[in-house]
Write a protein that binds this ligand. Structure first.
Ligand code: AMP
Ligand code: MG
Length: 409
């Protein structure tokens, strides 16, 4: 079977996924979600012109030739209406940060540059018009488009929404992702292993990755290599999940049943691919009725399962969650050691540790063994180096890396 390029396989998978139906969500719950409609401001922020300092509200013309002695006509605290108070010629009002700038005043002199005298204040430094004044609408004007549809909401976005008085926003929901592992050899939990059995690591790892990526992980358990049992699990899960991940059973072994089950349930939508990538060559994909739920048949080898998730499932789930940027950041790095390979028609994704040097340049070296069962080396990797088909990159050469964990660079 001919190998399919990673881009073609990815293009096919992405074209089979759709954004989820947007939902109104309370703003704090919406952090990390993507806006499904633009947000316009209904009011200016700040809502009124106010002081950015504790000091005295003055008429700048009165203090041009500072020092100047002004009569203090009142004190304005944050949170209160200044009422009819007007700062006239030769007058000043004590004012606190965030208090409404009174009529007549056009500047605030910091308290540090003043001396108070009984009923008066000596302003020791001239202040120009607008000094230490925050104008109404100076952050956001009324009626302005504050955020475009497609914005991913950060804590600062949520603060802005709150400052506009919004309680809910329309966002794309987090996809609910069901995860099932397949294999007669799998067991879960502690206790002695029978001969031939191994512990299921893919399901916890994939559930954790789904969660870490901001999606909702649904544990569908483990299925034996028995097509009907797996078909039943997937069919039921397709009712309550937005996407399904299976691991194992997609290569050419006698018990590789996932492909058959995907064909049974997905009909003409089922595809079984040999992708020109290492690890992660065998990959199956289908959509299931009634909602065209995407199903990702990830390989069984633990590294292959997670890398295949990275390459195919994660971008698709991000698309469903409304993200415009589907991919991990890619950076150029220096190979700290030889990253050599043999030509085999495939893109190699090498688990590497990337370290930023003092000048900000990235240097990468393999994080351990590169066989697809050696999950330990993926745990200590923070990036995947992309080695296109060929001889690889010698020490000191430049290699493109996909950053998995920017916090450990
Ligand atoms: P398969 O594609 O089902 O033949 O699996 C390939 C390899 O991955 C075999 O060595 C399996 O035992 C192993 N494997 C499959 N599923 C899991 C799993 N959930 N956790 C750990 N290893 C697995
Ligand atoms: Mg298997």
């Amino acid at each position: 079977m001919a190998l399919v390029s990673i881009d073609d396989a990815r293009g096919f998978v992405l074209s089979s996924c759709r954004r989820l139906e947007p939902v109104r969500t309370f703003i704090v719950e919406a952090v990390g979600h993507v806006l499904a409609e633009p947000v316009r401001s209904s009011e200016p922020v700040p809502p009124f012109t106010n002081s950015s300092m504790d000091g005295y509200a003055v008429r700048s013309g009165d203090v041009e030739d500072a020092p100047a002695r002004l009569r203090v006509i009142g004190a304005l605290m944050a949170g209160y209406d200044p009422g009819a108070l007007v700062v006239g010629e030769g007058e000043a009002a004590r004012i606190m940060t965030g208090a409404v700038l009174p009529a007549g005043a056009d500047a605030v002199c910091m308290v540090e540059h003043t001396r108070s005298e009984e009923g008066f204040v000596i302003i020791e430094e001239a202040v120009g018009p607008g000094t230490n004044v925050r104008n109404a609408g100076g952050d956001i004007a009324a009626g302005e488009e504050v955020f475009a549809a497609g914005a991913q909401l950060s804590a600062a976005h949520i603060g802005v929404l709150a400052s506009l008085g919004m309680e809910q926003v329309l966002v794309y929901p987090r996809p609910r992702v069901g995860v099932v592992s397949t294999g007669d050899e799998l067991t879960s939990g502690p206790g002695p292993l029978e001969v031939g059995k191994i512990r299921d690591s893919n399901r916890p790892a994939l559930l954790a990755q789904v969660k870490a990526d901001g999606f909702v992980a649904v544990d569908l358990g483990h299925a034996a290599d028995e097509p009907d049992a797996l078909a039943q699990i997937l069919q039921e899960a397709a009712q309550e999940c937005d996407a399904l991940l299976t691991s194992g059973g997609v290569s050419v072994g006698d018990r590789d049943i996932v492909r058959a089950v995907l064909e049974k349930l997905g009909g003409q939508h089922a595809r079984w691919l040999q992708v020109a990538v290492r690890p992660g060559k065998p990959f199956a994909f289908s959509t299931f009725p009634p909602n065209a739920t995407p199903v990702f048949g990830l390989p069984g080898n633990p590294v292959s399962a997670l890398v295949s998730y990275e390459v195919f499932a994660r971008p698709s789930l991000r698309l469903m969650a409304g993200h415009e940027n589907l991919d991990r950041p890619r950076l150029a790095a220096h190979a700290a050691v030889d990253l050599l390979r043999q030509p085999d028609g495939r893109l190699h994704l090498v688990r590497v540790q990337a370290v930023a040097s003092a000048d900000g340049a990235l240097h990468v070296r393999p994080s351990g063994g590169q066989s697809s069962h050696q999950l330990h080396a993926l745990a200590s990797a923070n990036a995947l180096a992309l080695l296109p088909d060929g001889e690889g990159v010698a020490a000191g050469g430049i290699v493109e890396v996909m950053v998995l964990d920017a916090e450990t660079l």
